[in-house]
Design a protein. Structure first.
Length: 136
């Protein structure tokens, strides 16, 4: 997997006098079925999240409130994304290291995942990740 496959996805926005509505649909905005949805929130000032890669898991990150940065790394290249709109999502494929930083006060990150939680799918050591990524 390379960073070329990771991308921002513009989600539809329906607006009227009652407010705005955005949505994510499998087959339309995602190429995987959603098996899990979890949320990151109440992140203390200066704390980071992520700092790992997944062997198989695909994810779509959404910033529902506030803002944060996502640094992606495929073992060769690094790219930084700034998420601050609920209608812009970030697709992250397998074997991509991710670091989530600079959470604003009140930031909420929703993560749509292709698999249920599996601790064996995580790579927490960056050097091990780089070695594994070179074998692909």
């Amino acid at each position: 997997m390379s960073l070329e496959n990771c991308k921002l996805i513009q989600l539809p926005v329906l607006e009227d006098k009652r407010g705005s509505l955005s949505f994510v649909e499998t087959g339309q905005h995602l190429d995987f079925d959603i098996k899990r949805n979890y949320f990151l929130y109440n992140i203390p000032d200066g704390e980071d999240r992520g700092m790992h890669a997944h062997k198989k898991l695909q994810q779509l990150l959404l910033c529902l409130s506030g803002s944060f940065e996502v640094t992606l790394d495929d073992g060769i290249d690094r790219k930084v994304f700034y998420l601050n709109k609920p209608n812009v999502a970030l697709y992250i494929g397998p074997m991509v290291w991710r670091e989530l930083k600079n959470f604003s006060s009140g930031a909420v990150c929703s993560v749509l995942a292709s698999h249920i939680y599996d601790s064996d799918d995580y790579i927490h050591d960056y050097r091990k990740f780089v070695l594994l990524s070179k074998q692909l």
